[in-house]
Design a protein around this ligand. Structure first.
Ligand code: SAH
Length: 359
């Protein structure tokens, strides 16, 4: 069954998370766990044990924590740990694994694990669905349901780590949803993944289509994550056609916030540019793009379009892609082409969808 999408205007500008009856333990810092352990009249060293079992042993229920007394384990058996279930797992020939994870309220989100010789990258979702409605993206076609809570973001990383039996080295917020519409939970998840799970902030990338004021707010958090901005067009008119929300956010304003991000954090910004045949992929578009980015500490990541069923865009030919790359290089713009992983399993950029389990 596919969920009926709801896209309330207010949802676009709020950080409201879904209802949670009791805060799950996952996502909490050692300090917060210490407070909880104290409230249970237990000695504080139990908090360190709980932290280890949550983040390193990957427990799904407190009943598994055999270092706790049986009596206490029985008392706390119903306290939610916050782990989702793997509802479905599919592996593409290139080793990319797509997971459908079932959340406590029955919603399904998608997470992707991408192995390579010295890396394990996880593509995480930040919302159930997405309200941005970008024309070329499957997630937006299904509408928006709710923000993910902090533990639901952290859980995705632990799930991939466990399934691959390998430490996750890189995280990209490029799954379902717009992370900067859920900034509080996303920032809390980044801190947790860094401090509690032990993943370096420098190997975490947050991808956004841009929400006015939110990149500046992210910069104020003083994180060391890489900011990736989904630009996709070399001028405001074209961008608005592809990304309806761009109407309220002139390209100049977006680029200004990105420049501030570089100043504040010292980190270069990465610009994502989806290549759509005949639409935004001519050398003239490349020149126009280069003019915006001249002197900007940045990198352009070209993403040849991955087909989705609802729209009729085309992926450009290899020779058109090469010509676009050359036109940018001639302007001394740092550029690379990202060929998406997991295409065969609809696990590539822009192909992730929200759904709900029937029954
Ligand atoms: N909302 C965020 C993160 C999710 S999308 C954002 O927009 O950045 C991650 C990347 O995949 C974005 O750059 C997005 O524009 C791109 N993408 C979406 N649909 C795509 C498609 N059909 N083919 C290729 N890339 C796509």
């Amino acid at each position: 069954m596919t969920v009926t999408p709801t896209t309330p205007e207010s949802a676009i500008l709020t950080d409201a998370a879904g209802p949670v009856s009791q805060t799950p333990l996952l996502g909490q810092s050692l300090e917060a766990l210490t407070e909880w352990v104290r409230s249970q009249n237990q000695p504080t060293f139990r908090a360190k044990q709980l932290h280890d079992w949550l983040y390193y042993k990957g427990i799904h229920s407190l009943a598994e924590v055999t270092v706790f007394s049986k009596a206490w384990r029985e008392q706390i058996a119903d306290v939610p740990v916050g782990r989702a279930q793997i509802h479905h797992r599919s592996e593409a020939p290139d080793g990319t694994v797509k997971y459908l994870l079932k959340l406590a309220d029955g919603h399904i989100i998608e997470t992707v694990g991408m192995p390579s010789p010295r890396r394990l990258t996880v593509c995480v979702s930040s919302q159930v669905g997405c309200p941005m409605a970008c024309d070329f993206c499957a997630t937006g076609k299904g509408g928006f349901l709710r923000n993910l809570a902090t533990h639901e973001i952290v859980d995705q990383v632990l799930t991939v780590q466990e399934d691959f039996d390998q430490r996750v080295s890189h995280i990209v917020f490029m799954g379902m949803g717009e992370p900067l519409l859920n900034s509080d939970n996303v920032v809390a998840a980044i801190r947790c993944l860094n401090q509690d799970v032990g993943i370096s902030q420098r190997t975490i990338t947050l991808s956004t289509v841009g929400i006015p004021g939110r990149i500046r707010r992210l910069a104020a958090e003083q994180l060391q994550v890489t900011l990736a901005v989904s630009l996709h067009a070399s001028n405001q008119a074209l961008r608005t056609k592809l990304i309806p929300s761009a109407q309220a956010y002139p390209l100049e304003g977006l680029l200004e916030e990105c420049r501030d991000y570089v100043k504040q954090t010292g980190r270069r910004v990465s610009f994502e540019y989806i290549l759509l045949a005949e639409l935004n992929d001519t050398p003239e578009h490349a020149l126009e793009l280069a003019r915006h980015l001249r002197g900007f500490q940045s990198h352009v990541n070209l993403i040849p379009y991955n087909p989705i069923s609802e729209v009729d865009y085309q992926r450009p030919s290899e020779s058109r892609i090469r010509a676009f790359v050359k036109a940018l290089e001639d302007q001394h713009i740092a550029v690379s082409v990202r060929y998406s992983r997991g295409l065969e399993k609809d696990a590539a950029c822009g192909q992730l969808r929200a759904s709900k389990v029937a029954g």
